[in-house]
Ligand binder design. Sequence first.
Ligand SMILES: [Zn+2]
Length: 254
Amino acid sequence: MYHFRGSYLSEQIQKGLLILLVALNSSCGKEGQSVTKECLIPSDQTGTITGHWKAKPVPVAVIANDFSSAEVSAISAAIGSWNAFFQASKGFKLYLTNSMPAGTQTFTSATICGQNLVSANGFTAPILIQKTRSGWPANWSSAMALTSTCPVAVSGSTYRAFISGVMQINFQNFFNSGQPIPDLQSVVTHELGHLLGLDHSCSGSSSSGIPSCSRADPDYVDALMYPALGFDGKQGRISRSIRTNDQQRANCLY
Ligand SMILES: [Zn+2]
């Protein structure tokens, strides 16, 4: 049987780092979501924080007419998962806006820091979710989505502050007939974790502050921010809930 394993991919540009992990199996099945208010970044995960948003709530925009109503529902549900957690733990929420104009604006990892999504072009949201239908980097073809953030250092602050972020979803290599079909809500929930400042719970190779997935704590393998999402045939597995390790790390950011 054809078995495909795709990867998530997180990119942090200019002042950040680039991470690509492939061909790692994911846990699946346990979809309940309980809330912890604990802030905890384990000593082997200190390198897995990329920044945070200073102002809250955080607006999230989709380009008008870019997504079907079913896809918008999946995106809304992903945002809802983070809201259910953050409202219970930290008292703030993301919100979805339709303020992005229809059109062909595309943002790439090379341009995001040069774009002011907050005020330029009438955009009102610093986070944009968009489909990418062509031009996806060939060497990242197994990545279902690419999230880029633009962080700036803040004097006296532990974490850098994001000024913009773009989530590109790979509609070139996935989601179409004959291609692997990921669970969009799972993908967006994971990518929102990146946009909120969480890097993967573990990595293909360990380095300081980033544990190796091959020897990782079971909680890291169980995490939403595990770097890969498996497929059953061409159908992507479900991983929609924000797990304990994700919550503990996110609680330290806000
Ligand atoms: Zn990822």
